[in-house]
Design a protein around this ligand. Structure first.
Ligand SMILES: [Mn+2]
Length: 372
């Protein structure tokens, strides 16, 4: 489903909500009277909005690459977030009086977050901020309708990774190297076999693309606690660098590979199984890096890895399904996580959740029941 931006309904939402907010004056040229006295709401009117911001997913190559292509096409700065930090970032940009246009990439919504998301975007639109939401996670069709009503540009296709969609939507503003960045993202998201993804991959030697995507991914995963490095990656990719042209990436990837090989042993020792799934608490790495091993080594069709986020009082949970898994894990996890006071969702065989710490056991036992 390609839900192109709704250019329709021009009029409507003009909302004469009187409220203090706007009083026409968009003159831009008049820099005269800066009466800072009027505080809060009034200020938004006279400050010129010039900033471009992209909020994107920081945990994988699709999010990082999306941010890079947005930067190449439109300039501006990236804010890289994980799911627990997603709303916080939005709340922050809503108050940014300089913000002109906002891109939100590779960040799926859930029952828990979608209403607040719509509210925040509604505020942005009232402030005349242009907003583009680009994603490929399962989404409630009503949310899309609400966003389009707000004249948020929605680019959403569950069949292509986010970066490929960014590329496809804005290729006229991108250089040729952007195809390679998009190819790497597609590989990382297991979506290089999709219509657009496969066309892009064809342009490159397969092995070259695979090693580049993998090295990029390991550098992203291994630098989750170094936001500056992740932003640096966004810049380098935006400037058309190949992963191997970014200093030390291959050396760093080798360290990650060694860590992963140690994880195999840890998962073998620490993993537990239930009838329909294998699960394990992870303490010394990301849950998403371990979850494939948990699934694979458990011999089950579903794997669950979870890591405590002490600062948030929650568990970050990663769920993976094998090819034999016939249920839509993203939908099941969305509902279940919401019931337990958390949030979650994603794809049919790969998804994630944020679960309140005391509910993690319940989450696993209930998931085990629901996937049979
Ligand atoms: Mn993605």
């Amino acid at each position: 489903m390609m839900l192109a931006a709704s250019k329709t309904k021009k009029s409507t939402t003009k909302k004469s909500t009187t409220k203090k907010t706007k009083t026409t004056k968009k003159t831009a040229t008049k820099k005269t009277t800066k009466k800072t006295t009027k505080k809060t709401t009034k200020k938004t009117i006279k400050s010129k909005r010039t900033k471009v911001i992209c909020i994107s997913h920081k945990e994988d190559a699709d999010g990082i690459s999306s941010a890079a292509l947005i930067r190449q096409a439109f300039g501006g700065d990236a804010m890289l977030v994980d799911y627990p930090g997603q709303m916080e970032a939005l709340q922050q940009v809503v108050t940014d009086e300089k913000l002109k246009s906002l891109y939100i990439c590779d960040l799926g919504l859930s029952k828990k977050t979608q209403d607040e998301f719509i509210d925040l975007l509604s505020t942005l639109r009232k402030n005349k901020v242009s907003v583009t939401y680009i994603d490929h996670h399962d989404i409630d069709p009503n949310v899309v309708k609400s966003l389009q009503k707000l004249k948020v540009k929605v680019i959403h296709d569950i069949n292509e990774c986010t970066t490929v969609q960014v590329y496809n939507a804005f290729k006229s503003k991108l250089n040729e190297h952007a195809t390679f960045v998009a190819t790497c993202a597609a590989i990382t998201d297991y979506m290089e076999d999709r219509p657009l993804g496969s066309k892009l991959l064809q342009m490159y030697d397969r092995q070259f693309a695979l090693i580049s995507a993998t090295v990029l991914t390991y550098n992203i995963v291994g630098h989750q606690k170094e936001p500056d490095y992740l932003l640096y990656l966004v810049e380098e990719l935006a400037e058309s660098k190949f992963p191997h042209d970014i200093p030390n990436t291959f050396e760093f990837a080798q360290i990650q590979v060694e860590k992963l090989s140690q994880m195999i042993a840890k998962v073998k020792a620490g993993m537990k199984t239930m009838k329909n799934l294998g699960h394990m608490e992870i303490t010394d790495s990301g849950a998403s890096g371990a979850v494939n091993f948990v699934m694979g080594l458990s011999g089950k069709d579903v794997g669950v890895a979870y890591k405590e986020r002490i600062d948030h009082g929650i568990y970050a949970v990663s769920v993976r399904g094998s090819k034999n898994c016939k249920v839509h894990l993203g939908k099941i996890v969305n509902l279940l996580a919401t019931d337990l006071g958390g949030s979650g969702g994603g794809h049919d065989r790969a998804c994630g959740a944020v679960i309140p710490k005391p509910k993690i056991k319940k989450f696993i036992t209930e998931l085990n029941k629901k996937i049979k």
